[in-house]
Design a protein around this ligand. Structure first.
Ligand SMILES: N[C@@H](CCC(=O)N[C@@H](CS)C(=O)NCC(=O)O)C(=O)O
Length: 203
């Protein structure tokens, strides 16, 4: 199997964390690529041009981080990324959805500031900055929930990769006045799985 990733993509980082977390690193070859360029190599493999993309041994493959994470989960049993049954189900899914919303929003922000300065939209940047600020406050207030304790799960993967975008978006200074979130991030950041998933090229 081959996992197509870029060093800057938070979705790639998420797939790589899951790959290491599930002990699959020796079964998957990482292919570092670049998207949105002329003759984009990923287009030969994935018509949408998006990464991460997981190419299976039979030549077929899948995009979408959520699907790839679920596939990894099924490959190395027991599964661990599903929502818990019973009482905690909806709370878990709500955190998962909100963390994905944050990741998607900060990704838009990161993409916008990568464009030439003259082409950047201050409206888009401001909109995403405000969304990110509100969501960081929301998670600061909820980070002591049991969902964010213990081992990696989907809400944690998503939230970690959203916050990790601070490496690309310098103005995304979510640590200020958010001690709970800062401690939580620091704990995961130091974990063997997070360290192993850091892209080789510093952003
Ligand atoms: N919802 C997708 C988002 C993936 C995504 O947006 N990837 C970006 C890189 S961060 C990409 O491939 N961009 C290339 C393009 O838009 O052509 C997922 O969860 O995998």
């Amino acid at each position: 199997m081959k996992l197509y990733v870029t060093p800057t993509s938070p979705y790639s980082r998420l797939a790589m964390i899951a790959m290491h977390d599930k002990g699959l690193a020796d079964r998957i070859e990482l292919v570092w690529t670049r998207t949105r360029q002329q003759g984009d190599p990923i287009l030969k493999i994935n018509p949408s041009g998006r990464i991460p993309f997981l190419m299976l041994g039979d030549g077929s493959g899948m995009e979408d981080t959520d699907l790839i994470v679920e596939y990894f989960d099924a490959l190395a049993l027991p599964r661990k990324y599903g929502a818990p049954d019973g009482e905690g189900y909806w709370q878990f899914r709500m955190f998962e959805a909100t963390a994905r919303s944050m990741l998607d929003g900060v990704s838009v922000w990161a993409r916008e500031i990568k464009r030439p300065v003259a082409d950047q939209s201050s409206e888009v940047i401001e909109h995403e900055r405000n969304r990110a600020k509100r969501l960081a406050d929301y998670f600061e207030n909820n980070i002591r929930d049991a969902v964010f304790e213990g081992d990696w799960n989907k809400p944690q993967l998503l939230l970690f990769c959203a916050l990790d975008l601070e490496r690309r978006v310098r103005d995304f200074d979510w640590r200020i006045s958010r001690p709970g979130l800062s401690d939580w991030f620091r704990r995961l950041e130091k974990s063997a799985v997070a360290v192993a998933s850091l892209p080789p090229i510093r952003i």
